[in-house]
Ligand binder design. Structure first.
Ligand code: IPE
Ligand code: IPE
Ligand code: MG
Length: 266
């Protein structure tokens, strides 16, 4: 009875069966109904490595490989925006060695991938407090921005030293400054003004948020922007998250009924 009341559609209606092929998943996908903006919390690298008796750094390296594949598929599918959570404002709490490894992997990734990313018309847009990054990381990020700035394809937001609260705090401070200088009035502040002061200014909110690793939380990611985002959670650890998993998430997204607080239009 409760099942009837709650609706018959299982929570995740798209088969997560391992044997289904990528081609079969692709065939089911409606290319006219893809999300414009996909956001991903790339989580689970450490546990993936630990389960293999390997150091966490091994998991982070495998995580970079997963990212490479997901960016490639996003380009193939012509997604407009891809936002990945690479390093949070809270991740500085980790041991120095781990932070150093994450930073050097970032530098290595950007230096190695920039030619390919540019050849695929990808524009890299970092989000976060870049001034606090180590010099080498900052240089690599600056290089990636400079090189990809004029590209018009996929916007690739990389959340680096990013925190949703820190982003909102920064927006409040900037708006406050503009009020003091008489540039805007308190009564003129609205949703749009706030959105315009976030790292994602000018971009649509994510349609779909993917979190691998079996944890069911937002971890300070895109707190404003996720207001009506569809969530897709999986136990798969990020290094194992491949093309098939992204296709499954997209297929499931296509079954969702988004209401934005209103009523369904038939
Ligand atoms: C995600 O994997 C990478 C970053 C947070 C930088 P984790 O390192 O958080 O892996 P788990 O969650 O400990 O497994
Ligand atoms: C979120 O993962 C941040 C990134 C993936 C970069 P965490 O591993 O930091 O999140 P918690 O601590 O499990 O919430
Ligand atoms: Mg984690």
């Amino acid at each position: 009875m409760f099942k009837r009341l709650l609706g018959d559609r299982p929570k995740n209606a798209v088969s997560r069966e391992k044997t289904i092929t990528e081609e079969e998943l692709l065939k089911q996908l409606d290319m006219t109904k893809l999300p414009e903006h996909v956001a991903i919390i790339m989580d689970g690298n450490g546990r993936w490595a630990t389960r293999r008796g390997a150091p966490r750094s091994f998991g982070h390296r495998a995580g970079v490989n997963a990212l490479r594949e997901i960016v490639k598929l996003s380009v193939e599918l012509k997604l407009k925006y891809l936002t990945v959570y690479a390093f949070s404002t809270e991740n500085w709490k980790r041991p120095h060695e781990e932070v150093n490894i994450l930073m050097s992997l970032l530098v290595e990734y950007l230096n190695k991938e920039i030619d390919k990313l540019c050849a695929n018309n990808v524009r890299i847009h970092p989000m976060g407090i870049l001034s606090e990054l180590p010099e080498k990381a900052r240089e690599a990020v600056d290089m990636a921005i400079r090189r990809s700035n004029n590209n018009s394809g996929l916007v690739f937001n990389v959340a680096l030293n990013y925190g949703g609260r820190s982003e909102l705090l920064m927006a409040v401070q900037e708006i406050g400054q503009k009020i003091i200088s008489g540039y805007i009035k308190v009564e003129d502040i609205n949703d749009q003004v706030i959105a315009d002061h976030l790292y994602t200014a000018g971009q649509p909110d994510p349609d779909l948020l993917i979190r691998p690793s079996g944890d069911y939380r937002v971890s300070n990611f895109l707190l404003w922007q996720l207001a009506y985002t569809e969530l897709w959670l999986t136990d798969t650890m990020w290094p194992d998250f491949g093309r098939k998993e992204l296709l499954q998430a997209l297929l499931d997204f296509q079954l969702r009924e988004r209401r934005f607080g209103g009523l369904l239009h038939n």
